[in-house]
Write a protein that binds this ligand. Sequence first.
Ligand code: SF4
Length: 704
Amino acid sequence: MTDGARVATRPGVASREAATHCPYCALQCGMTLRETGGRVEVLPRQFPTNRGGLCQKGWTAAELLDHPERLTTPLVRDPATDEQRPASWAEALDRIAAGIRTVQTGHGRDAVAVFGGGGLTNEKAYALGKFARVALRTRHIDYNGRWCMSSAAAAGIRAFGVDRGLPFPLADLGRAETLLLVGANPAETMPPLLRHLADQRERGGRLIVIDPRVTATARQADLHLQPLPGTDLAVANALLHIALTEGWLDRDYVADRTTGFDAVRRTVAGYWPAEVERLSGVPMADLEATARALGTAGSAIILTARGAEQHAKGVDTVTAFVNLALALGLPGRPGSGYGCLTGQGNGQGGREHGQKADQLPGYRKIDDPAAREHVAGVWGVPADDLPGPGVPAYRLLDSLGTPDGPRALLVFGSNPVVSAPRAARIESRLRDLDLLVVADFLRSETAALADVVLPVAQWAEEDGTMTNLEGRVLRRRALREPPPGVRTDLAVLADLAARLDAPVDFPSEPRTVFTELRRASAGGPADYAGVTWERIDAETGVFWPCPDPDGPDTPRLFADRFPTPDGRARFHPVTHRPAAEEVCAEYPLHFTTGRVLAQYQSGTQTRRVSALRRAAPDAFVELHPDLAARLGIDDGEPVRVVSRRGELRAPARVSTTIRPDTVFAPFHWAGAARANSVTNDAVDPVSGMPEFKICAVRVERAEP
Ligand code: SF4
């Protein structure tokens, strides 16, 4: 029986249950899986984040367990036909090991790269980082979390000295008198979170949303600011300008708990509300009302998400909101603070344990000699044998198959053919590789290009841990064994490491891997040393840092000090700059991307779930009625959105929910409807996060 599953018996019918969490987003809603007579049903489970709620994605998650398109045998590309064909595990793994050896012998260790995902468990993210550094000894590893949270992570580290998405439990939202959501649409991305917003409203709280679209969340707000995409930073600086002018600065907090405020004061002095109104389109009165709601509230929380982050100036944009929060004395105060809403299921844990290019487990830096010594000691290898930092995801993918780039790539839990910016270019880079390996449980668009596809277990078939958007470490519990022919990612890594004559063993049991992870993370910023599976069970999850199994965990950070050398948070002055690509006569419209309620990320999973396909069958292009009239486009008519990099085709959805100068498309679809054929590959210079949220396009009627 799998760890954690409980077998019960109904008269005549064998039944088993597992108390686990949803496979999708970072809310990690509690759910119980019940299998009766081979049929698996999802039951919502009370957990502090979802309070018994699930969205449609969670309700339908079990459909993929027995999906007809489920991969249950390895596939290898036949050189004679150039087609993928079924193969044995031995053949597939031999081919991978031989391919890696050939590439590394001819081109060096860094000629092999690894690409991970923010949905992998902590154990897998950790094992993947170790595999890259110890078995492959390549510096080239990064992951798709670079697309999602990396700008907020970088801004958090430079301001607070640590990156934990929410430095407080989600339930604190209900206690905030004023809640400001920036570029976040939880009503569609994580609906059960709205229960916390309802709490806040019931207590008389105000909700303010900043978003270029009238989203389902914005419709619930007391005040909605609808800026031009790419101007959030200026809006934040204007809010701070007003707060200072009105005398809402928390002087004692700034003096006692922060450094660097004077430079920020000088910078925001130039952000006159009237000028920011001209730049962003947000009326001065709304800027003033927002600043007042934040500056005069007894408690206030500012949350940012992808709308603020996915820009070539994403780190600075988040920093502008962090500056605002610090000036008002919010971080570390009960019911107040700044936080980032993490997106992917293990977006938080996935960025803590070594699958980032510059990082070792425990959120340690790979170029820190003490960190290298510690982690190498846990791994049983000399520190000098560990490679140095690699490059962020887009740079890595864009270098594949080029004279100076890797010639082989192993992909775990990611689908960059759909999710990468400027995706056609990345698709072509993947085709140029000598060896592409994809481990997945469905044949994603990236798997379809692979030389070897490995069928791996999915969430209800393996144990492990996830770390949710609050920094709370949770148990993922298996309901059943994987189907015949399917192996876990950990087993794949262990087998490959052995075939590559890795100097140390790679355990394949998740509990053993987690025990090793705890030791590797000990003493690091994300310290899991005191987190045990038993403790997670007993305490409804454990918040990191938790250095001591017998000591407390840390639901709230920053109460007394920040984890910086002097214990103070750091202001950084930031200034507005235009998007990397501005509109022009040929491309006169702004293009922005996002998600819809019934689909998730690249859609590999949710596009195959029947109820979700019915709810959101196809992509669309959202256009304002004024723009549609000017272009002569009717609702439902096929349109082309064209940028300098490519185009997408989808039906028009004419709606007043979008600005007349901006068009929107969701990014969950592939092929002609792939939004990332259009997006810009400009990246933030600090975080490496791409500018998914704005580029210049034109829109045309397309032939049906
Ligand atoms: S909100 Fe997120 S975690 Fe909860 S059910 Fe939906 S997708 Fe799953």
